[in-house]
Write a protein that binds this ligand. Sequence first.
Ligand code: NAD
Ligand code: LMR
Length: 326
Amino acid sequence: MKQPVRVAVTGAAGQICYSLLFRVANGEMFGKDQPVILQLLEITPALKVLEAVAMELNDCAFPLLHGIVPTDNAEVAFKDADYGLLVGAKPRGPGMERSDLLKDNGKIFSSLGKIIDKVASKNIKIVVVGNPANTNAYILSKNAPSINPRNITALTRLDHNRGLHQLAEKAGSKVADIKKFIIWGNHSTTQVPDITHALVNGKAAPSVVNDQAWTRDTFMPTVAKRGAAVIAARGASSAASAANAVVDHMHDWVLGTADGDWTSMAVASDGSYGIEKGLIYSYPVTCKNGEWTIITDLATDDFIVGKMKESEKELQEERDTCKELM
Ligand code: NAD
Ligand code: LMR
């Protein structure tokens, strides 16, 4: 049996974590041979609910769960943490854009960055989920200079999974038949769901779909606005599907992407595709041995490039509105 890894999770008494924590403790994120210690952070008024979550986790008798540390002290939660699942933040309500949350949520990530810099493992791998996820990850990274920026990512896997389902339905195929779909850019309505390189049962998706109007006018906006559609239907933002995407994101990062496929992760741009270096931008990536690699040199047409630039511009604007946090 491996040594347990320490997994710090913020917002642990919230909606997403009510699904996420049980799956991590059950071995779905890091593998069925990897014990975990969950270090759970909440704000003080939520500690009682957090206690109940810890009770339920214990009542599952998960063999891989080697300990739970519930706390309202971020230094305790991130002490020696090997992984950070940064969920704790305000969700948006109907009629809001995710960037409207920046004023409130940005502060959370600047202060967590400083604490992570001080107490976490220097190899900590982080996924930021709290919105606006890309810019929060950027703020965090700027406040944690001793952590390699490659280890600070944001979640666009939910958008990726949403796209897989929509495309499979249109193509009359199964989700598992689809490979090489891409989400470029920001986890926002400017994201670019791109089927140009996707394969459906090994065949080029654009020719299988054979409907450019559907791709541009139905598919892309449906995926990009799915978060708002769930809020309108549920009265609260997506939770179980978000948790599932966090599991997928970390699983693939740590244990590797499937052969012959890639996934979408928002990572520190290295300038690929002309995107400003350092922005946390969603790219197609493969993962091996715990490292992600951007798929470079894909041919992109002018329509997609224009959309990618719009999303870059939005990330630059979000960054510029919160310079005081960096
Ligand atoms: P929620 O309100 O149910 O839970 C958030 C929890 O965070 C609450 O329990 C709250 O007490 C806690 N919290 C607030 N400030 C904190 C802090 N400083 N430290 C620790 N905990 C803190 O919300 P939720 O539905 O779980 O969503 C959480 C975040 O995830 C929101 O910002 C939401 O918009 C975002 N989200 C992102 C994606 C994505 O794909 N990137 C998907 C879904 C939701
Ligand atoms: C989502 O995509 O479901 C989340 O980012 C929540 C939201 O505000 O849309």
